[in-house]
Design a protein around this ligand. Structure first.
Ligand code: HEC
Length: 188
């Protein structure tokens, strides 16, 4: 078993003492611990790479990185896949059933059915046209000055598409409590 050497201050000094003497002033050879030296030299080496990468070869700045990340995030955002210019009519049963539910739950039937506040949506007469995009637009943006609520804050575009399809596919010619006479122009 190795016996631990015990040094008193004098022995330590005699072992570490550097062999020179300036007018009685002596110096101990007492280097910092290796881990500290490793960090010290490590940072110097690191700084050389850093300097060349960012300042000589024009590596991306924080601002560049920010812009790249923002662009990526923007590209990954769910896109509004359609608007009134390219919306298509849905005809599958599930979408039409969803549209029917929305027509009741968003109280469309309160004005377009139960009362005569809004125009009859079952006849062939339309104030704003009967194309999918035209109907979609009226529901999405409303006709504020005539009392038609904009629904863009209350329904997603998908939902507006469903209710639009329900109106154009299912309500056409259907009986309704709305007895309001024809309004607008006749569309076949
Ligand atoms: C507060 C009453 C009110 C509610 C609720 C309402 N509407 Fe209307 N809507 C109107 C009025 C009034 C008009 C007529 C606007 C005009 O004269 O330009 C209209 C117009 C429309 C038109 C155009 C009709 C045409 O002849 O061009 C559509 C389509 C329509 N509404 C669908 C809906 C749908 C779908 C909902 C439910 C999501 C809804 N509305 C809820 C009052 C209402």
């Amino acid at each position: 078993m190795a016996t631990e050497e015990k040094y008193d201050q004098e022995t330590i000094n005699s072992k570490l003492m550097i062999d020179h003497d300036y007018d009685g002033i002596k110096e101990l050879d007492n280097p910092p611990p290796p881990w500290l030296m490793l960090i010290f030299y490590g940072t110097i080496i690191w700084s050389v790479f850093y300097l060349f990468y960012y300042h000589v070869f024009d590596g991306p700045t924080q601002e560049d990185e920010y812009n790249t990340e923002m662009a990526e995030a923007k590209a990954n955002m769910p896109k509004n896949v359609f608007d009134e210019n390219n919306i298509v009519l849905l005809s599958d049963a599930a979408s039409l059933a969803e549209g029917e539910k929305l027509f009741a739950s968003k109280a469309c039937d309160a004005c377009h059915g139960a009362t005569n506040i809004g125009p009859n949506l079952t006849d062939e007469y339309w104030i704003h046209g009967n194309k999918v995009g035209e109907v979609f637009k009226v529901i999405k943006y409303g006709v504020a000055e005539k009392g038609m609520t904009p629904f863009k804050g209350q329904m997603t575009d998908k939902q507006i598409q469903q209710v639009t399809s329900y109106i154009l596919v299912k309500m056409k010619g259907a009986a309704t409590a709305n007895t309001k006479g024809p309004q607008g122009d006749k569309y076949e």
